[in-house]
Design a protein around this ligand. Structure first.
Ligand code: NAD
Length: 239
């Protein structure tokens, strides 16, 4: 049986990833800042939960020491603090950088040794369509997600010889607990008009691609960025 570690799996996309990978047969390890929600996910999928902040390298090392193996790592935890470049605060900018960039680096340092021991592994990093489209007022978020894509390529280059693959997914407009306020009332229909496929996405739209990237069907896919966004990043829509 293979083991998958999923960060930020207490809710949203991470939770859907946990549900899908458990259905695929993975033993699932759920990490989240919020232990209660991580435990809820773990209980639902027959996995285990740890309270863990991905910016805390020591805490990640401690989790890694407590699990026997890791074959898949989904670096899903991410945050946003939308603001303009001119007014973003040092605190917000640092927080977004620490979680979205350094969180991925520390998780990779913690869990890749187990992949090397197993002789195989798949890392899936959560980027964002915002890394491609960019919009004013998103603060450091798009820059960090572009950084996630750069990190992904570096990981693919550094880890390929160990039979460890690294890819990223760029979700588009996905309704999660973290984004649900953007889709209240008429706003969901309004936002859907900007999506070529005419609908906003659900966490399972992302989880199904996570499943592909963690599974054997993608065994020769590495260093790639897959946008799962109903076509948004294909180009501009006339409105
Ligand atoms: N929902 C979208 O439309 C969308 C679009 C593009 C990219 N994304 C990316 O997908 C990922 C998940 O987004 P979501 O919408 O499910 O978010 P969400 O806010 O609904 O859930 C995020 C989860 O991560 C956890 N988390 C946050 N900081 C953490 C930390 N430091 N350590 C451990 N856990 C932490 C939270 O407790 C929460 O359970 C993020 O990386 C986000 O940037 C989402």
């Amino acid at each position: 049986m293979a083991t998958a570690v999923i960060t930020g799996s207490g809710r949203g996309l991470g939770r859907a990833d946990a549900e899908r990978l458990a259905r695929d047969g993975f033993d699932v390890v759920c990490l989240d800042l919020d232990l209660a929600s991580a435990q809820e996910t773990a209980d639902a999928v027959g996995g285990v939960a740890f309270q863990c902040d991905v910016t805390d390298r020591d805490s990640l090392m401690s989790v890694a020491a407590q699990i026997p193996e890791c074959h898949a790592l989904v670096n899903n935890a991410g945050i946003w603090r939308f603001d303009s470049i001119l007014t973003m605060t040092p605190q917000d900018a640092q927080a977004v950088f620490d979680v979205n960039i350094m969180g991925i680096v520390w998780c990779t340092q913690a869990f890749v040794p187990k992949m090397k021991a197993a002789g195989t592994g798949s890392i899936v990093n959560m980027s964002s369509g915002a890394a491609w489209t960019h919009s004013p007022g998103l603060g450091l978020y798009p820059a960090t997600k572009s950084g996630v894509e750069s990190l992904t390529r570096t990981m693919a280059l550094e880890l390929g010889a160990d039979n460890i693959r690294a890819n990223a997914i760029g979700p588009g407009l996905i309704v999660s607990e973290g984004t649900s306020a953007n889709y209240e009332g008429e706003r969901a229909a309004e936002r859907a008009k900007g999506v070529p496929m005419g609908r906003v996405g659900s966490p399972s739209d992302i989880a199904d691609v996570v499943s592909f990237l963690c599974g054997n069907d993608s065994r020769y896919v590495s260093g790639q960025i897959i946008y799962v966004d109903g076509g948004i990043t294909a180009g501009a829509m006339a409105r």
